[in-house]
Design a protein around this ligand. Sequence first.
Ligand code: NDP
Length: 437
Amino acid sequence: KKRNPGQPEFVQAVTEVAEDIFDYIADKEDYHKYQILRRIAEPDRVISFRVCWEDDKGNIRVQRGWRVQNNNSIGPYKGGIRFHPSVTESVLKFLAFEQTFKNALTGLPMGGGKGGSNFNPKGKSTNEVMRFCQSFVNELYRHIGADTDVPAGDIGVGGREIGYMFGQYKRLTNEFTGVLTGKGLEYGGSLIRTEATGYGAVYFLHEMLKTKGKDLVGLNAVISGSGNVATHAAEKINQLGGKVLTLSDSEGFIYDPEGITQDKVNWVKDLKTRKRGRISEYVKEFKGSEFHGNGARPWGVECDVAVPCATQNELNEEEAKTLVKNGCFAVSEGANMPTTLEGTHVFKKAKILFAPGKAANAGGVAVSGLEMSQNSARISWKEEELQRLLVDIMQGIHARCVEYGGSAGTDHVDYVKGANIAGFKKVADAMLAYGVV
Ligand code: NDP
């Protein structure tokens, strides 16, 4: 806390990892001697820059952009770009820190980074978004590169924004390389990248259920968010036989007792990606559903499984207790750090199946890693091959969590601990190999 004043999200993320790592490293002298934990928790660098753009009325607007390059011990920095008014240096530092462990867990050679701006894309015209993205890259381009740092999408940054940024990078450098992932299929993107995070979070959930001899058939699921991750998680839950009861955005949540079936998920995707509308519009389209406004969150709705897919700290201690009381027995985090530290303790104590974002939502960056491989080799893999690799990678992450988070004599797995230790170990051992730098 003293080292990072005014950065609560970053301190929270480091605390959560440190809680699990302390025990693990207690008898490992080299990790102490070489101060590995402290070094991982200090980003390699934080780049902060001015982003100046002109709105449709001709006003000059000034915003701040960042790229946090946390650690490149096992591969080029890799992590998304977020455009949302809630973005601060603390939020990006926590995301870059988490990303380092997540990327290590995938088994692919990727370091950790994250970037973004407090720019609010809501209510902006397409031209305004384009000008902002171009101006953002006018500075960012000098810090990134296919073998240096490879950004991707995140909240507020989807296919459209990646297109504007990649186009500007290409123009400035005169190079066509895999410097960004999440690209359109016409210019180097990978099949199933768009679906990968939401699908992966549900594959992970499925793997956890399997350990208890269960599957998703007939289970009720509560999901938050209505963006890329939430809609694809909903899609996969439907495909595996579950019923999705809720979706949300920052204004509130919708509850559909009939279930948010694939047709309805398609309608939400169109609402959010093309019309750029609000989730409250759902109730006008689908009778029998309810909207709960004023920023209400869906965790009070009775369910068997919960998949938070909106943003950090959207599920607190009280809400975690409510979920457990209502019989929810599995939580798979599609978003990054959606559960507060106190909420995490509730799930851990109740010993429900609880997958932290750094394990459960790693499917997106994993397919981004596969996009990098395809770009380097200048080839495109088929959908079936990528689907197989995604399932394989999620099963591999699950196995690593079981290896490091299981405890002798019981079948309980602490997935948070398992993910933290497995991710840490890989990065830490690479850092040891490099000596003190
Ligand atoms: P989108 O922008 O597609 O959707 C974000 C959703 O979350 C929207 O419904 C948005 O509502 C809601 N949301 C965002 N901020 C807030 C807030 N402060 N309070 C309440 N609701 C909020 O983003 P993604 O689906 O891509 O990302 C969702 C989460 O998943 C993030 O935590 C992201 O870091 C994580 N993630 C994403 C990956 C990806 O591949 N896209 C990969 C790994 C993790 P509104 O429109 O009203 O703001």
